[in-house]
Design a binder for this molecule. Structure first.
Ligand code: AKG
Ligand code: FE2
Length: 427
């Protein structure tokens, strides 16, 4: 790769970091009084009571008493541990409320940033939660229910309380939703929506009752025209990609750029390859839309990482496939990433197998079981950060150790040769 080309790749690398897709948002909204009438079944009598929110202390206490202690998922189990989560909840079959996000403009507002073009959001009610003084929920990530679940929505109903801030985190960034001040405003709900890969916590409630309803957000295809609300042309990444494409000396014979996904996805659950358009998040949506907006063909691929070691096993053709000169690859790609790591690319996101003993090298396992290979023609602009465990095997060594194969997702963007690009009217 020549110097000018490398500078363009460096600029792409830098500008991907700067694509700040949103990961959460929140607000408040007026709702008709009738939406805030809540019916619930009493635990022992099966009698149904009705209250109007915001309710007085006695009424809220009756609602609280109708609830059961809230569990949370730890491993494969639902557990109850007040150190971790101190709240009570009601399952869908034990309460009813007129309010639903789809009866308001809320889902349209959230879908503008949360889902990619030609997709909309569907909200499925999940649970009603009440946090009394001392109630809290420590840091956790919501369990994805289905491949197309992209996020969670929390709606906080009017009921005066203090504390109970919802903190949302993604990578190094934090957002706080503090609902105490407006918690006593009748005919108003407060809400927050965030992607499923965001960690979040609820700080202790210090006074009153915090009443929330959580919804799972699913992405659905629509016929409606694009709705991504971000001005793609305002992104530095748009300009650096366009500049590269307009440069006659950039991959003049054509090539492939590799961009690793920056959000976490349930890659090995279901057919991620076929449905990724529905589950893309934040900065990944923006990168995808920028590349497609410039008329480029974008494919989703599975990537695996192997230690770059010369292979002795001559019964296989892998020696031939490994880069001959140790430092050529990373220098070519213009990355100062660990020189000994090489990415392998496949079509399928291979799911987790059982533990099994294996004498093969990691490279051979990935090549044979995941059908992936090193593709030296790919110019990687960034490296994977969000790995999913794909399978576990017992590696042979001086002692048996269990090792894992991890898979990540990446876009491969096809760059046509210069003589084709120069005729592209989108450039
Ligand atoms: O009540 C809330 O604010 C959110 C609860 C939550 O994070 C959950 O149910 O997973
Ligand atoms: Fe949660």
């Amino acid at each position: 790769m020549r110097k000018g080309e490398k500078a363009l790749v460096d600029r792409l690398t830098q500008d991907i970091q700067g694509i700040e897709g949103r990961v959460c948002c929140g607000g408040k909204m007026s709702v008709p009084k009738d939406y805030l009438r809540l019916f619930f079944e009493n635990k022992n009598s099966n009698k149904v009571s009705a209250i109007q929110l915001p309710a007085n202390d006695n009424e809220i206490k009756a609602l609280f008493d109708a609830c059961v202690p809230a569990t949370f998922g730890r491993g494969n189990e639902d557990v109850f541990d007040v150190e971790y989560r101190n709240a009570v909840c009601l399952d869908l079959r034990n309460f009813a409320i007129q309010f639903h996000p789809s009866a308001t403009d809320l889902l349209n507002e959230i879908s503008k940033w949360m889902v990619s073009n030609h997709h909309s959001l569907r909200a499925e009610s999940y649970r009603l939660n009440i946090y009394a003084p001392g109630g809290h929920f420590k840091k956790h990530v919501d369990t994805p229910r289905g491949n197309d679940m992209v996020g969670s929505l929390v709606v906080c109903f009017p009921s005066e309380f203090e504390g109970g801030q919802l903190n949302v985190r993604h990578k190094e960034k934090n957002w706080e939703f503090n609902w105490e001040t407006a918690s006593n405003q009748s005919e108003q709900v407060q809400w927050a929506a965030f992607y499923s890969d965001c960690e979040h916590e609820i700080l202790p409630v210090t006074k009153g009752y915090r009443v929330t309803l959580t919804y799972n957000l699913y992405s659905e295809k629509t016929k409606a025209v694009g709705n991504v609300s971000v001005d793609l042309k305002a992104l530095p990444f748009y300009h650096s990609l366009k500049l590269a494409l307009q440069s006659s000396n950039f991959l003049s014979g054509g090539g492939i750029l590799g961009f690793c996904l920056q959000h976490a996805y349930p890659l090995t659950k279901g057919e991620f390859r076929d449905t990724f358009g529905s589950s893309l998040k934040g900065s990944d949506i923006l990168l995808y839309e920028v590349a497609r907006g410039l008329g480029l063909n974008v494919e989703i691929k599975a990537v695996y990482e192997v230690d770059f070691e010369p292979v002795e096993d001559d019964s296989d053709d892998c020696e031939e496939e490994f880069p001959k000169r140790r430092h050529k690859t990373s220098r070519d790609y213009g990355l100062s990433y660990q020189d000994h790591k090489v990415l392998m690319v496949g079509d399928e996101f291979v799911g987790g197998g059982n533990d099994y003993e294996d004498e093969r090298s990691e490279y051979q396992i990935i090549k044979q079981d995941c059908d992936a290979r090193i593709r030296r023609e790919v110019v990687w602009c960034n490296r994977p950060t969000e790995w999913n465990e794909a399978s576990t095997y017992i590696a042979y060594g001086n002692e048996a150790t269990s090792a894992s194969i991890y898979v990540a997702g990446a876009f491969l963007v096809n760059i046509p040769p210069w003589d084709v690009r120069r005729k592209n009217d989108r450039l």
